[in-house]
Design a protein around this ligand. Structure first.
Ligand code: CAA
Length: 378
């Protein structure tokens, strides 16, 4: 079932092309290896390079930078297709798009021309986003990594955590403090190539889900970063990160919808094979919740495309879709029992669990929503 693919939604050609391209690649490049990568924790290098070659690493970027100009809606459509086939590969693509967009939005022309085509044209399998630290997750403003200016460069030191595609990305967007006393207003953003001396990605975490996505720490030991590779002025790194995460949360919500779509298809298989009797609630509740979540996702994406503030809508769709996908995957597992598709249902349930945690936990989304509604936004 693809509720979002109906003509009723009024998708334009660029959006539909992004969706069609993602659907084709999902079937050919991603799906055949999903179960094996989950077992072996095999990183999907070939699949990610294929997505880059197909222009899916800059879905929302202009064509002259190697993008597809399909907007946040095109991006959501593509992510949903990819995540339904392999959520671990999808997250690598999502974070890469997030980094490319942040460079487009906050970078100067030289930075845009230097870095974005290398991301969008698939020179590297991925780009990485590095905000969290061992002691600064939800309280991202409490990060401790430092960037000290020495003439024409900065020296970065610290340990970053939960870096998607760590050890495989060609470029990292790293948030570090240039003025620790100023807290969030003292954080700056840096573009750091993976080859920078002093930067080490640790062994990937042994995760419950998204096992094909490498998640590492980044250890920064005296990493020299030219001033020209600071993204935006000093002190706006927290805003760069929050802005990127607003868009990222729409992506996570589309990813959750993709995982829920795959789980729903498993539910449909059971009902077709063994009958609907007794399974009406499983099917109906899942169909209705998936539709609601997808519409929330599209609304947040449309607001982003319209250039209006969408922090609240991004948080709402991220909160709802992550929790919704958990319920749909639970039902798929419950319905399958010991039937043949159990392994797929089990993997989907493991894969979706992180949706409630990364790019801001459900608790952080509630905090953002509560603050925004109290401020009278929306
Ligand atoms: N866009 C732009 N600016 C924003 C913003 C937004 N959405 N949200 C906040 N800001 C600005 C504020 O306006 C404020 O600016 P001023 O100093 O000029 O007033 C500044 O940022 C500080 O804002 P807050 O006072 O709201 O900051 P806070 O310390 O209270 O933190 C928070 C708020 C919402 C809890 C934030 O820390 C947060 O989002 N935490 C979760 C972090 C997160 O999502 N991490 C995920 C990392 S990535 C990952 O998961 C792995 C992966 O790659 C897949």
């Amino acid at each position: 079932m693809r509720p979002g693919a109906r003509d009723l939604d009024g998708f334009n050609d660029a959006q539909l092309a992004a969706q069609a391209r993602a659907r084709d690649l999902a079937a050919r490049l991603l799906a055949p290896g999903t179960a094996a990568r989950d077992r072996s924790e095999g990183f999907p290098t070939e699949a990610l390079l294929g997505l880059g070659e197909a222009g899916l690493m800059g879905v929302n970027l202009p064509a002259d930078l190697g993008g597809r100009a399909a907007g946040a809606v095109g991006y959501a459509l593509a992510v949903r297709e990819l995540a339904a086939a392999c959520a671990g590969t999808a997250v690598g693509m999502m974070v890469t798009n997030m980094v490319a967009e942040a460079i487009d939005k906050f970078g100067d022309d030289a930075q845009r021309r230097r870095w974005i085509p290398r991301i969008t044209k698939g020179e590297w399998p991925a780009a990485g986003f590095s905000l969290s630290e061992p002691d600064a997750g939800s309280d991202a403003g409490g990060l401790k990594a430092t960037a000290v200016r020495r003439g024409d460069h900065y020296v970065l030191d610290g340990t970053k955590s939960w870096v998607t595609s760590g050890g495989h990305a060609g470029l990292y967007l790293v948030m570090a403090s240039t003025d620790p006393a100023a807290r969030t207003r003292g954080i700056s953003a840096f573009l750091v190539p993976a080859t920078a001396p002093g930067l080490t990605a640790t062994k990937p975490e042994d995760k419950m889900g998204l096992r094909s996505s490498a998640t590492t720490q980044l250890v920064l030991e005296g990493v020299r970063v030219p001033v020209a590779d600071r993204l935006g002025p000093e002190g706006i790194g927290f805003k760069v990160a929050m802005n990127a995460l607003d868009g990222g949360r729409v992506g996570v919500s589309a990813q959750a919808c993709g995982i829920a779509t795959a789980a729903f298809e498993l539910l449909l298989d059971v009902a077709r094979r063994e009958g609907v009797a007794g399974r009406e609630a499983l099917l109906a509740d899942s169909a209705a919740e998936l539709e609601a979540g997808w519409l929330m996702c599209l609304r947040a994406a449309r607001m982003k495309d319209a250039g209006v503030r969408f922090s609240k809508e991004a948080a709402m769709t991220k909160l709802y879709c992550s929790e919704m996908a958990g319920r749909v995957c639970e039902r798929a597992l419950q319905a399958h029992g010991t039937a043949g598709e159990l392994a797929a249902a089990e993997r989907l349930l493991r894969d979706t669990r992180i949706n409630r945690i990364y790019e801001g936990t459900s608790e952080v989304q509630r905090l953002v929503i509560a603050r925004e509604v109290l401020r009278g936004v929306g």
